[in-house]
Structures are given as C-alpha cells and as structure tokens.
Design a protein around this ligand. Structure first.
Ligand SMILES: Cc1ncc(COP(=O)(O)O)c(C=O)c1O
Length: 374
C-alpha cells in the first residue's frame, strides 16, 4: 500500500516514533496541511472566498457520501460526534416510556445523551460478555417501545466489531427502533456496507486521517423525516431570512438539519483533503495491509503475560486491540519513554494499527513490551 518512500513523504512524523494510537489521533498526511493553508488563503479574500469554502464543503460531503454509501445530499457535517448525537436526540423527540438501547462497549458520545437527568426514555444496556456484544443478548432488550438502538460499529474500548447485518436483522424483527451507528473507529480503516442503517455518525480525527472539528452525519433520505432536527440556527432552516420575525421556522429535512450554523470551514478543507488521500490509497488496500499486522500483534500479545480483552474472532476485528496488566501505568510510561505511543485509560492499554503502520512497528512494540512485563 504505502512503501517506505511514500510513507516518509506523506507522514514524515512517523519516522520519528512508533505510532500505535490512531484510535485516539490519526496522523494527517501532508496534503491536509496544504488544505489548511488553502483555507487560509481563501479566507484572506474575505467574502470573495465564500464560493471556494462552499465548493470544499460540497466536495467533503460527496467524499463522505461515497464512504457511507449515500448521496451527497444525505450527508451533513457538524462539529463532532457528540454534537451530532445531541442533535439526533432533539430530532427523536422521545416521549416518557420510550426505550433506548445502548451498550457497555460504546464511547460516551453515543450513550450519554439518553442518560441526562430529565431525559424521558427508559435506557436498557446491552452488556458485553467476554468483550463481545452478542445478538442473542440484544434481542430480549427490544420491545414495541424501543425507539432507538445506538451503538458503535467498532468499540473504542476493546476494538470489538459488532456483526452489523445480524444486528440490523434483530432490530427490524423485534422492534420498530431506528439504528444509530457510530463508525468513528471504523471509517477509513474497514470497508463498510452501511445499507439499512438509519443514522451514521463519525468523528474526523482518527482513522480518516483528518483533523478535529468534524462530525460526519449520514441520514438516508428514507429516514429524513425521523432525523430532522428542530434546532434554532439559519444554515439548517428553510428560508431563514424570509417572512416576519416571530413566524414559526421550518428545518431543512434530514442530514441538512444537522448543520445549524456556518460550517467549520478550516476543518472542512482538511477533511476534504484527507478523504481524497484516503480514496487515492483505497480503504480495501488499507484493510488488506493492516489486518495481517493485527494478527501479528494479537499472536504476540497472546504469548505474553497480559490479559487480552479483545475477542480473537477474525470477523470481529478491525484496527484496535486492548489488554490489561497489573502494572499498566508503569508500562505505559516506559513505552512512552521509548517513543512508543499507545493509549492507556479506562483500565486497559489499547493498541491501534492503521495502513501506515509496519511489521517493524509491531515487532518493536512487542519486543519492548516483553521486556516490561517479564
Ligand atoms: C466511537 C467514538 N465516537 C466518538 C468519539 C469522539 O467523539 P467527539 O467527536 O464528540 O469528540 C470517539 C473518540 O474520541 C470514539 O471512539
């Protein structure tokens, strides 16, 4: 996929560290820096720069749509995943007695909005067993009152990837619920088939190699009615400058209702550049290149005295692995001192492997870890 020369050219900082933390922060290719400079130059033109800003925004939507399997009009871009989920909650207009299913492998952004004091719905928790979310454990939680099942495709916690077709089938068979899917830990890393998902959300600063500041929202047009956000603003409204002040306002339908004000154009330029880069490399190629590294890393970890908390089921693996050890804080510090970057939080250590990682990265990490845990 990338050879040593293209890796050095596009990601120069990677030659100075062993970077295994894309699940926290992706490294941007230099094309993203160029896009940020382009934004600055367009901004220097004042309002004459606006057509360029809008062109970048349209391009970012179109590229996102390709990854989501939607049309550009079915994509909105807000500022992060948490914002997208809060807007989605407004759209859902839950009533007392409505039910929402969340799970204990999910990132807080997708599961906390339903848990605020005063939130009207009953929340049911789909619990993982030995690190895996099993569809047979979801089914008893689904009822005629279930309005929403919200889950990540790939868990930020241990990397478990849910069996999406089976989850969709269960939701459809056992409830009238909508399915909201957070693809932050999969987009750009795993080829996706998101047909029949009702709401798709992703952050931008991880596997798609873009910077912070984007929340990529996909709403299939068939679901636009359910996901129209009743928020104030102007960018999201039909004819915001017409009629009398005090008249009721009308939101644009679906994805467009998730963009309430002026888009975050610096991020949009950069997201456009990152998605173009990704398209040039190809997500299939990234998957093919990185999956053997995941296997190599898991096999190495299995030989060490650590407690793996990522189920070793090939269909449930994406780019993330996690493990526990009694001395993780100290091990983390030692790894960092040797310029090996992983994540240590929530009681586990997390390793993330993207297409720009190499077998040498994995071996260096495993060899160093071996000396620290032995
Ligand atoms: C699955 C998932 N969703 C969302 C986020 C981030 O949410 P936000 O874009 O609101 O910061 C993360 C990690 O930071 C994540 O792992």
């Amino acid at each position: 996929m990338l050879d040593a020369a293209s890796r050095n050219r596009d990601f120069p900082s990677l030659s100075r560290m062993t970077y295994l933390n894309t699940a926290a922060e992706g490294i941007c290719p230099l094309a993203v820096r160029d896009a940020l400079v382009e934004y600055f130059e367009d901004k220097q033109r004042g309002s004459a720069g606006r057509p360029s800003h809008m062109a970048q925004w349209e391009a970012a939507r179109a590229l996102t749509a390709e990854l989501y399997g939607l049309t550009p009009g079915e994509v909105g871009i807000c500022s992060n995943s948490s914002e997208a989920f809060n807007l989605a909650a407004l759209a859902l207009r839950l009533q007392p007695g409505d039910e929402v299913v969340i799970n204990d492998l999910d990132f807080p952004a997708g599961r906390t909005v339903w848990l605020q004091e005063g939130a009207p719905s009953v929340v049911r928790v789909w619990r993982a067993r030995e690190g895996a979310l099993r569809v047979e454990d979801l089914i008893p939680l689904l009822t005629p009152r279930t309005r929403l099942v919200s889950t990540s495709l790939v868990s930020f916690f241990n990397g478990f990837m849910i069996p999406l077709p089976a989850v969709i089938e269960a939701v459809r068979a056992h409830s009238p619920a909508l399915l909201a899917l957070d693809v932050t830990q999969a987009l750009g890393r795993v080829p996706l088939d998101l047909r029949d998902v009702d709401l798709i959300i992703s952050s931008t600063h991880k596997w798609i190699l873009a910077p912070h500041g984007g929340g990529l929202v996909g709403v299939p047009s068939a679901r636009a009615h359910e996901w129209t956000v009743p928020a104030g603003g102007w960018f999201n409204l039909e004819a915001p400058f017409e009629g009398q002040v005090g008249d009721p306002v009308v939101s644009k339908p679906g994805a467009e209702s998730f963009m309430v004000g002026m888009p975050n154009f610096p991020a949009i330029y950069a997201i456009r550049a990152a998605l173009e880069y990704l398209k040039g490399v190809g997500v299939e190629n990234i998957y093919e290149a990185a999956q053997p590294l995941v296997t190599r890393c898991l096999e190495g970890l299995a030989d060490l005295p650590v407690e793996l908390i990522t189920p070793q089921e090939p269909d449930a693996l994406a780019g993330i692995m996690a493990f526990r050890h009694p001395r993780l804080p100290e091990i983390f510090e030692q790894l960092a001192a040797q310029n090996i970057h992983v994540m240590h939080s929530a009681g586990r250590m997390r390793v993330a492997l993207h297409g720009y990682n190499t077998p040498e990265d994995v071996d260096h990490f495993l060899n160093t870890l071996r000396t620290l845990v032995s």
